[in-house]
Design a protein around this ligand. Structure first.
Ligand code: ATP
Length: 336
């Protein structure tokens, strides 16, 4: 019997890259039945809701989704769809592996990081108000429950994959209470893992400097919400950009896989979006579902396409002159 996966095409380049990922996953032999669901600006236009209840219910029911980037219309009173989705499904951990990709030349050839981002609170709680005209405030929320939960997740995830060290980036020297609580909780959770993995902490500005100077010093990075968002893009820049970094949003009962990049409206519908990050997110999804053979087949295929480096296969963001379609077809061909 085929496994059911929810597919959220999303906005901007979302439909292009999710179609590519679906074609590649189907060609890998993974037996998947796709349930296509609306979310984002497109859903608002056609269903009257930016995040329809049936989309949430379907992901809750099936437990796994592959999602394209979703944009939230600015200034129309809509809360971020991504934030809502993570909160409603309790997807408290974002996992983003950032690795040097064969055939993509960058300043470093030895990047192998896993970024783990707290997904539910911090400044992204969305609690903002205007105190008086011209003065606004945004609240940064930290709870010991969420801080301990993400810390435990990070240590468990790192240990299960044989990683050597978890590093927290923070600003507890200034944000003594919120980042202070985050650190306190991580240290507490670490007590149970101290015999299996190393742990250290860096003030985030210093951490950024060290990360761009020598990423090989780092292994697993654990960050609160805003820092995780920013550091993910910074790290993507170390390995060739947003087109090559996948991600997963994980909870206890469901997981939503999506690339780190946004909806890239500047290149939407031009047929040149790099589908690789979404395909890689699909590979993470297949591994999560236990379809490791198919995951490996796809990974070998994109590795060989990238190593061959034929410009007509690759999208412009990674130095090619091809299209989303040519890249997708090259990967499918490499699997045969
Ligand atoms: P968000 O706020 O939704 O995360 P963002 O502001 O980080 O979005 P993106 O939509 O991720 O912005 O795009 C940032 C830049 O990277 C844009 O110039 C975009 O064209 C480029 N980009 C993003 N994803 C891809 C991709 N898959 N292929 C090629 N270029 C991409």
């Amino acid at each position: 019997m085929s496994d059911i996966v929810c597919l959220l095409p999303g906005d901007g380049i979302g439909p292009e890259v999710t179609t590519a990922a679906r074609e590649v996953i189907d060609a890998s032999g993974a037996d998947i039945e796709w349930v296509v669901l609306p979310a984002g600006a497109t859903a608002l236009e056609f269903c009257g809701s930016i995040l329809p209840a049936r989309t949430i219910a379907a992901i809750e029911g099936h437990g796994v989704a592959l999602k394209g980037p979703i944009s939230t219309p600015v200034g129309k009173g809509h809360a971020s769809v991504n934030v809502q989705l993570r909160k409603k499904l309790n997807l408290f951990a974002a996992v983003r592996p950032v690795r040097t990709v064969d055939g993509i030349k960058t300043r470093f050839d030895n990047v192998d990081l896993i970024i783990i981002r707290e997904n539910t609170e911090g400044l992204y709680s969305g609690i903002e108000n205007e105190i008086v005209e011209g003065v606004v405030q945004s609240l940064k929320i930290a709870t010991s429950k969420a801080c301990r939960r993400i810390a435990r997740f990070a240590f468990e995830y790192a240990v299960a994959r044989g990683r050597k060290k978890v590093t927290v980036f923070h600003k507890a020297n200034i944000l003594k209470m919120s980042d202070g609580l985050f650190l306190k909780c991580v240290r507490k959770e670490y007590e149970q893992f101290a015999d299996r993995i190393a742990y250290d902490e860096l003030i985030i500005d210093n951490g950024c400097m060290q990360l761009v100077r020598d990423p090989s010093k780092f292994d697993v990075l654990l960050l609160e919400n805003l820092y995780g968002d920013i550091i993910s893009d910074l790290a993507a820049g170390l390995v060739g950009g947003l087109g090559v970094v996948p991600g997963a949003n994980m909870g206890r009962t469901c997981a939503v896989f999506e690339a780190v990049h946004g909806s890239a409206p500047d290149i939407a519908r031009k047929g040149i979006a790099n589908p690789l990050a979404c395909i890689m997110s699909g590979v993470m999804m297949l591994n999560y579902m236990g379809k490791t053979e198919q995951a490996k087949r796809i990974r070998n295929a994109y590795d060989s396409v990238l190593s061959a480096g034929r410009p007509e296969d690759l999208t412009p963001d990674i130095g090619g002159n091809g299209t989303t379609q040519s890249f997708t077809q090259a990967i499918i061909k490499a699997m045969k």
